[in-house]
Each structure stands twice: as C-alpha cells, then as structure tokens.
Write a protein that binds this ligand. Structure first.
Ligand code: 5RP
Length: 223
C-alpha cells in the first residue's frame, strides 16, 4: 500500500470514533484531509466541527460541514488529528503543517485525542522529525540561541523565500538535533521561554488512541 492509501485507510477508520449528534474536533494535514473527506459521508449525523486551521475550515465548509468557533462550544468529545511522530506512550511531535497552536488548543478542549498516522510516524524516541515551534518574530534569534544551548539547530521555516506566517500571524522555527527523552518536561520547559507561542511537542495533550496504518491494516494503539 502507498503512504497515501494508508492515510486514507486511517482517515476512514477514524469515523468509528465520531459520536453521532456531537461536534468533532478536526486537526490539519494530509491525513486529516482524508478523514474530512470521509466525514462528509456522515455530515447529516453530526452537529458540526471545531477546526484547527484555516485550511481545514475551508475543506470542511466546502463539503457542507458546519464549523463552530472554539469559543461557541464547551468540551469536545473527540479530537482527530495526524502527527509527524508518535511514540509508544502516545507523545507526539506535531506542526509539520504549521497549525500546532490551534491544534493544541482544540486538543486541550477535547476529552480524547485520536491520532491517525501511517506507520512511518511511529518512533522510539521523539526528535528525528524537526520540532516545530511557533514564535513571536522579535524573539526568534534569542530562541535560536536557547535551542543551540540544548544542542539543537533552529531555523526559520520559509515560504516563497520569506518566513512562513502562521494562521496566527507568527513564525515557525524547525529544530533539528534534539533527542527528546522526557517529552512532558521538554514541553513544559520550552513553553516557558518568552516569545514561544507553542512548542510542537504534544505530551500534555497526548494521544489516547492511535490508528496506525500498516500494510496489514489498521493497528489500534491505546495509551
Ligand atoms: C499539522 C500537523 C499534522 O498533523 C502533521 O504535520 C502530520 O501531517 P500529515 O498528515 O500531512 O503527514 O501537525 O500542523
């Protein structure tokens, strides 16, 4: 199976976690796009969605799914999102699509995070994928130096030759060279640095379940 087919497989499998009549939290990325396309098939049986990005909102609305502002709703039962890496404890690196801040907000508002990913995303230790960090632009160089002190190398993510601007009007640093043995502590520490909006380690908002696409089918990991 191709990676695209594995993404479609887990996108479809995630429908089992959507509770009829409720609002579902929706992440961002190519795997989530497969989920959104599948969700369109049951759009008349859900109340709507809370979205984690401008891109996902556009896709949901184009398919006729009502999108609520996070402030309009209370706790969300289930949040479905992809990951750039996930470990055996359900800790993740996210933000490859630059939507990490809103993803963390919707995840925090949700009771259960269901991660959908192909099996290339499963790792033993987080850090092979560059850690995305959303930053306030004026703090960029100081944050780069703080990561260097930890042994990391941080660079601004570019789009068309200029720093990428997130949905929140901020920039993204991608940090290589880190081996994250203690994701809970790493997330807490980096989030304290002035100018960091969100670090793309999801340990406090970890997955409860991961639907992992493998050539043998969907494997369900519970944490
Ligand atoms: C976006 C994300 C995505 O969930 C992550 O990058 C995985 O994306 P894809 O499903 O395209 O591999 O965190 O900010």
């Amino acid at each position: 199976m191709t990676q695209d087919e594995l993404k479609a497989l887990v996108g479809q499998a995630a429908l089992h976690y959507v509770v009829p009549g409720e609002i579902v939290g929706v992440g961002t990325g190519s795997t989530v796009n497969k989920f959104i396309d599948a969700l369109a098939g049951m759009k008349d049986r859900i109340a709507g969605a809370v979205s984690s990005s401008v891109a996902s909102t556009a896709r949901l609305e184009a398919l006729g799914i009502r999108v609520f502002d996070a402030n309009e709703v209370g706790e969300i039962g289930v949040y479905i999102d992809g990951a750039d890496e996930i470990d055996a404890r359900g800790f993740m690196i996210k933000g490859g699509g630059a939507a990490l801040t809103r993803e963390k907000i919707v995840a925090a508002q949700s009771r259960r995070f269901v991660c959908i990913a192909d099996d290339s995303k499963l790792v033993t230790v987080l850090g092979r994928f560059p850690v995305p960090v959303e930053v306030i632009p004026m703090a960029t160089q100081r944050i780069v130096r703080q990561f260097a002190a930890l042994g990391g190398s941080a660079g601004a993510r570019l789009k068309d030759g200029a720093p990428l601007v997130t949905d929140n009007g901020q920039h993204i640093l991608d940090v290589t060279g880190l081996k994250i043995d203690d994701p809970l502590r790493f997330e807490s520490d980096v989030n304290q640095w002035p100018g960091v909006v969100t670090v793309g380690v999801f340990a406090h908002q970890k997955a409860a379940v991961c639907l992992l696409g493998t050539s043998a089918g969907v494997k369900t990991l519970s944490f």
